[in-house]
Design a protein around this ligand. Structure first.
Ligand code: PLP
Length: 383
């Protein structure tokens, strides 16, 4: 059996043809594929605007900048995420405050966030960054209601969840990033994610002002929009009105992303099938302490189980060429964040989860035979 990774991209001839077409065209960057990808993605997610950037981390950074996060601003997020969800606050000089996860969803616990907000004078916390971890779509309506009570903004990190959705209080399916509940939602197009660009990211929003600000920040803080210029010397003239970055995506990557986007629902369907197979295989197994399970709006970027003897299982599977992963070592325990006083014991649910979690292979081209091999090797280890 050839090595089985935990996640991987799926590149078809159609994807290759789309990229080659751009390579033969006039624009490798700043061309028409950029806006087209943004329009297509916004339509897919159901948001008014989308801004494509060089990666998910850049998306988070620009989202935080556009909300004016600055020195000393306190922002709440989860420890069970990739470090970038927290780092975007630090890039702007803000302070990251972690709140623990709900052990059932592995995502930021609304009650813990409420406790934090309640415990300090109003205005202490500026924003919340919930993460749709592993693809579980967080109830963003509940977070919106809470955030409004405390004048907080929301950046939803949906890097794991394009196409994921939750059921709102009216039983309507609300897609992650549709712009209704969060000020902005960010996505990543890293190869292990649902849509691969190599590197790439997207921010969706329904707020026109934020949309325009994001566009400007993506390109050095420069604008050529005649409506925004302070002076206008002619067609060549542009102004740098604030300090921005070069966080642009190339048209080559956008072409790949657009082509991948067309198969996004197909990929989601396959991920669900894989989740269902795992779910059935591990039902009632005494060594499984918890699992992602089968959840309606889950986007299944990851399929996670919680087990005893996790390290030994990890080594057993690796020895069998099954490249499982651990997502994630809690961010508050990273050496960088420990310098701010965070320590073991601060986030008991996250720390307990970390001790037992393991992410199993989950990607659309995982074959039935490969998945059976994974399940067999896990059962073999415990039985
Ligand atoms: C939850 C989460 N947020 C943000 C990022 C950052 O995305 P990127 O790798 O595209 O910079 C990732 C990527 O791994 C992620 O998993």
């Amino acid at each position: 059996m050839k090595p089985i990774p935990y996640g991987r991209q799926n590149i078809t001839q159609t994807d290759i043809d789309a990229v080659v077409e751009v390579l033969k065209s006039d624009y490798l960057t700043q061309g028409p594929s950029i806006e087209q990808f943004e329009i297509n993605f916004a339509n897919y997610i159901g948001a008014k605007y989308a801004v494509v950037v060089s990666n998910g981390t850049a998306a988070l950074h620009l989202a935080a900048l556009s909300l004016n996060v600055k020195e000393g601003d306190k922002v709440i997020t989860t420890p069970i995420t990739f470090v970038a969800s927290a780092n975007c606050v630090r890039y702007c000089g803000g302070e990251v405050v972690f709140a623990d996860i709900d052990p059932k969803t592995y995502c930021l616990d609304l009650k813990k966030v409420e406790e934090l907000l309640k415990s300090a004078p109003k205005g202490t916390y500026k924003g919340i960054i919930p993460v749709d971890f592993a693809g579980f779509a967080v109830d963003m309506e509940a977070f919106r209601n809470l955030a409004d009570k405390y004048n907080c903004w929301i950046i939803e990190d949906a890097c794991h969840a394009p196409g994921g959705f939750f059921n709102d209080s009216q039983s309507t399916n609300q897609k992650c990033g549709n712009g209704i509940f969060a000020e902005m939602t960010v996505f990543s197009f890293h190869p292990v994610k649902h849509i691969a660009c190599g590197e790439g990211g997207m921010i969706t929003t329904n707020n026109e002002k934020l949309y325009k600000k994001l566009l400007q920040l993506r390109t050095h803080g420069i604008t050529k929009d005649p409506d925004l210029l302070i002076k206008n010397h002619g067609g060549w003239y542009y102004e740098m009105q604030e300090l921005g970055y070069n966080y642009r995506l190339t048209d080559i990557q956008a072409a790949l992303g657009m082509s991948q986007l067309q198969r996004a629902d197909e990929g989601l369907k396959r991920r669900k099938e894989i989740a269902e197979t795992y779910s059935k295989a591990f039902k009632n197994k005494p060594f499984i302490k918890g699992q992602s399970g089968l959840i309606e709006g889950h986007a299944y970027h990851l399929y996670i189980i919680e087990v005893e003897n996790r390290k030994e299982l990890y080594e057993h599977l690796r020895a069998n060429n099954i490249y499982v992963q651990i997502h994630y070592y809690p961010v508050h325990l990273m050496p960088y964040y420990k310098q701010f006083g965070w320590k073991n014991g601060n986030m008991p649910n996250s720390e307990k989860y970390y001790d037992n979690c393991i992410s199993l292979p989950m990607y659309p081209t995982l074959t039935q035979e490969e998945q059976e091999f994974v399940i067999q090797k896990i059962n073999q280890f415990y039985e």
